[in-house]
Write a protein that binds this ligand. Sequence first.
Ligand code: HEM
Length: 502
Amino acid sequence: MAIFLFVVTAFLVACVLWRPLNAWWHQYNMRKAFDPDSNLNHLPIPPGSFGLPFIGETIAWITQGANFNSSRRKKYGNVFTTSAISLPMVKVSGHEYVKQVLTGEHDLVTTIWPYTVRAILGMNGIVNSTGAIHKFKRKVAFKAFTRAMLNQYIPFMRHHSAKIVQQMQKSERPLVYPNMLRLTFDVGVNALLGLEITDQAKSDKLFQTFNQLVSNVFCIPHNIPGLGFNKRLLAVAIFSKNLVQKSLSFESIFQGMKARQQLLDLLQTHIEIKKKAEDDFELSDLAIKEMAIELMFAGYYTSASALTSATLELARHPEVFAKVEKELIDHGILREERSSADAETPDEEERKIDLQALHKLTYLDQVFKETLRIRPPVLGAYRRARKTFQIGDYRIPKGWTVIYNIRDTHEMEFKHMSEFNPENFAPTGNETKYRYIPFGGGPRMCIGQDYARTISKLAIIEMIRCNSGWKLANEKLPKMVSIPTLHPKDGLPVILEPRDKV
Ligand code: HEM
């Protein structure tokens, strides 16, 4: 009875206080949005809602998923205000606004990453650096992605793709996503860490260590000193409820740091850096090793996501599969009559795949691009406003979080978001800059995109060389999860059709 009375009283009090509380919350945020150093205070902030006092729109954000953005965009437009817990933020979609955010890096905005990224990946990487140091580190890291380097990686990429496809063929319903994760890891060990591990047990052990590192980067540290309650809840909001269920403690961070140390101990400094007269900075051995691990991390979930989505779309679109197959035959990469046995002993012609040969596969390129349009592995990224600035007719106050939406931008800029159509990227000369942004843009644009493109195309080629097709093992389309990158919840079981069985 007492509980009933308490609930009824609380409900009545909430009803009476609802309006004044909301009005106070709105006033509070508006007062905080005033920047005495700015001459833009006369401009309105973007339309939207600060949500409920203190918790903002967090609950709607978590429960509505992708609909959250679409419904707000419909109501308020392509730049709207929202709030998660007590932090006001602006979400931005569409080429015009996104361009402003992306090119405003270092000046209008700066990137923000969770605490765990610094704690586990280290302080010396690219993503946590800013200004001239950031520019210098990118320049250094690019040395790992030149044409010459990519051509050197191709044999590793082909070798590991063949190994994974053979592995998958041994199972009745192989799971695509975990296999693609393993593939991107194995290639990264050779190409990015510069290690050659022939012993399978050692490789499996390293895989386990690496997973310990990356999975803890996305844990939510619930008892880190200095991380206030609000920020923790915000982290929960951002990183979704799935992760909340994971055991969250110092232990996770320590495990991630331990794994990092094990990886660092293994690495030799393999990127040779010659200090040029025009460079103002030098990198320590530790910094180079941390950057190598960061590249492994940045390319791991993202490339596996792209490959899994491509496998999914090729299964759903046999006509697209047939066109890719024909292109491979036309370019001498696949023989018309072919069995799985041939896959193990490719003839001379088939061996000749280099960047130039890949470049000629224009339809495969369209398929890759379209996959990243409809299923971008990274849905959006975070920035913080360094100063109050103007977007369209609106003011973005200093200190606010700004999120540029990749998926929503694709939805706005292309007519049929969910229709897989590689013709969207037919070479018609259409300008796609900032309309199509799976790799971001501006000073923080993905530096591994050519690497990702190369490994993805080679793995797809290998899947098609060994299989005349594949079907989704489950009738229903899988539920997609967006953290850490977009991937099917069920791992995407498929039924392969090896070429020698047809
Ligand atoms: C299909 C695969 C990939 C996708 C969709 C992707 C997507 C992205 C996006 C959207 C960003 C920009 C984030 C932002 O604006 O804050 C980014 C940055 C970055 N990516 Fe990728 N990425 C992929 C593969 C890779 C690979 C393979 C590597 C390295 C081997 C890599 C390394 C990086 C790094 C280091 C950054 C940070 C750049 C900076 O802060 O200056 N990515 N990626």
